[in-house]
Design a binder for this molecule. Structure first.
Ligand code: BGC
Length: 390
C-alpha cells in the first residue's frame, strides 16, 4: 500500500471517528433525558444508534490510530528470558510509536503457526518470531511474503524458507565456546594432570541454536576428550544423545539422575556442561538429590542468567551462566524494524545460511557471569536489583 493511500484511509477513518463520536454524544444525551419518561420505542431506537456508534467509534479508533502493528511471536512463558524479551520489545516498540500484538505459543509449534497466521490476517506490518521449531513455520512465512510483510527471526534462525528478511541474535556458537573455555580454565586442562570426568546436557533438537551451543563447547573440549584428559563416563557425547526435548528442566533432571545413578555412585564429577539455565537447573536438582560426593561439586555451566540460576550460582551450585542482555537484542530488533519500514539500510554484521538463503544477520556479543563479576554484569547494569537475587 502506498503512503498516500494510507494517509487517505487514515483521513477517512478520522472523519468516521468524528461523526460517530458526535452521534455517540448526541444519542447519549438524548437517552439520558428520556430515562425518566415512558418512550419505549424511542429508547430502543436510540439504544441501537448508541450501540452502532460505539462500534464504529471503536473500529475507527483502531484504523485511525495510524500506528503500524508489529506481530511478536515468542515460544513460551515457561522460561524467564522469553517473558523479558517479550516485555522489552513491547515497551520499546510502543515507545517508538508502534502497536504491538505479542503472543506466546506454550512451546507448541502448531499453536505458534496459527498465532503467526492470525497476525498476518489481522494486519501486522512486520513479524518478529522466535521459533519453537525452526522449520515449522514455512506456510506462514509464505503467506507473509505474499503480503510483503517482512519477517525477522529473533534469537533463533527460521530454517528452510527463503522468506526470512533478517536475523537478530547473539553469537550462538560463541556462547558454546565461552562455556567450553570456562570449563577448560576452571579445570586447568592444559596444566593439570587429570583425568577429569565430564557430562554434557544440550538443548532441544528442534531449536536451531541448540547445535551451535553444543558444537561451540565441543570444539573447545573435544581435543581433551580425544587425549583422555576429559572422560565422559556415561559415554554420551553426541548431540543426539545429550539433547533435552523442549529445553525442559524436568527432562534434563531425569536424564542426569539416570547418569549419576548408573555411573557415579563412587566417582567424582568434575564438570557438567549444560547449554542453558533451564537444563542446568535440572542437573543441579539431580546432583542435589543423587550425587554422593557433594564436597566435590562439579563446574556447572549455563546460559541466560535466569534468577533461579543466579541464585544457584550464589549458593555455589551453578558455576557460571552466559549473559545475553535481552534489552540489547530487543533494542536491536526495534532498530531493524524502523530501518525496514522507513526503507533505510538495515545494519547487519553477519549472514547465516538457513538452507534456502543467506539471511543478513546482526549478532550481539555474549559474555559470562560468575560469582566474581555478577555484581558488575547483572546489578550495575540495572538488569537485576540486588534483592531479586536473595
Ligand atoms: C535461546 C536460549 C534459551 C533456550 C531455551 C535458545 O534458543 O537462545 O537463550 O535458553 O533457547 O529457551
Amino acid at each position: 500500500m502506498t503512503l498516500s493511500n494510507q494517509s487517505k484511509i487514515s483521513r477517512i477513518s478520522i472523519s468516521i471517528s468524528y461523526i460517530s463520536n458526535v452521534t455517540l454524544y448526541v444519542a447519549g444525551i438524548a437517552e439520558t433525558l428520556l430515562i425518566g419518561g415512558n418512550f419505549p420505542m424511542l429508547k430502543k431506537i436510540l439504544g441501537t444508534i448508541l450501540c452502532a456508534a460505539m462500534c464504529v467509534a471503536a473500529l475507527a479508533g483502531c484504523a485511525g490510530s495510524g500506528k503500524k502493528k508489529v506481530g511478536i511471536s515468542m515460544p513460551t512463558k515457561d522460561l524467564q528470558r522469553w517473558n523479558q524479551d517479550g516485555d522489552y520489545m513491547k515497551q520499546k516498540f510502543e515507545a517508538a510509536g508502534y502497536e504491538v500484538d505479542l503472543q506466546y505459543a506454550g512451546n507448541k509449534a502448531d499453536t505458534q503457526l496459527s498465532q503467526v497466521e492470525n497476525m498476518i490476517n489481522s494486519g501486522c506490518k512486520v513479524l518478529v518470531i522466535a521459533a519453537i521449531e525452526s522449520s515449522s513455520l514455512g506456510t506462514a512465512l509464505d503467506k507473509a511474503a505474499a503480503k510483503k510483510i517482512p519477517v525477522i527471526a529473533y534469537d533463533r534462525l527460521l530454517m528452510d524458507n527463503a522468506n526470512v528478511s533478517y536475523y537478530a541474535t547473539f553469537d550462538n556458537y560463541k556462547v558454546g565456546t565461552i562455556q567450553g573455555n570456562f570449563v577448560k580454565e576452571k579445570l586447568d586442562l592444559d596444566n593439570a594432570a587429570g583425568p577429569f570426568n565430564i557430562e554434557f546436557t544440550a538443548g532441544d533438537p528442534g531449536d536451531n541454536n541448540a547445535g551451535f551451543f553444543f558444537n561451540g563447547a565441543m570444539d573447545v573440549l573435544k581435543p581433551y576428550i580425544d587425549s583422555g584428559k576429559l572422560v565422559v563416563v556415561s559415554g554420551e557425547k553426541t548431540f543426539e544423545k545429550v539433547a533435552t526435548a523442549e529445553w525442559s528442566t524436568a527432562n534434563a533432571q531425569s536424564r542426569a539422575e539416570n547418569i549419576i545413578n548408573a555411573n557415579y555412585a563412587d566417582k567424582q564429577i568434575d564438570a557438567w556442561l549444560c547449554s542453558n539455565d533451564s537444563t542446568a537447573q535440572g542437573v543441579v536438582n539431580a546432583l542435589d538429590s543423587r550425587y554422593n560426593m557433594k564436597d566435590k561439586w562439579p563446574v556447572v555451566t549455563g546460559q541466560d542468567c535466569d534468577i533461579v540460576s543466579v541464585k544457584n550460582m550464589l549458593a555455589g551450585k551453578q558455576t557460571m551462566s552466559v549473559f545475553k542482555d535481552t534489552r540489547t537484542l530487543a533494542e536491536r530488533t526495534v532498530t531493524m524494524v524502523n530501518s525496514i519500514l522507513k526503507n533505510e539500510k538495515v545494519e547487519t554484521n553477519n549472514t547465516y545460511n538457513n538452507n534456502k538463503k543467506e539471511v543478513p544477520s546482526y549478532l550481539c556479543e555474549p559474555v559470562f557471569a560468575d560469582i566474581n563479576n555478577y555484581k558488575q554484569i547483572l546489578i550495575d547494569s540495572g538488569y537485576y536489583k540486588e534483592d531479586q537475587l536473595k
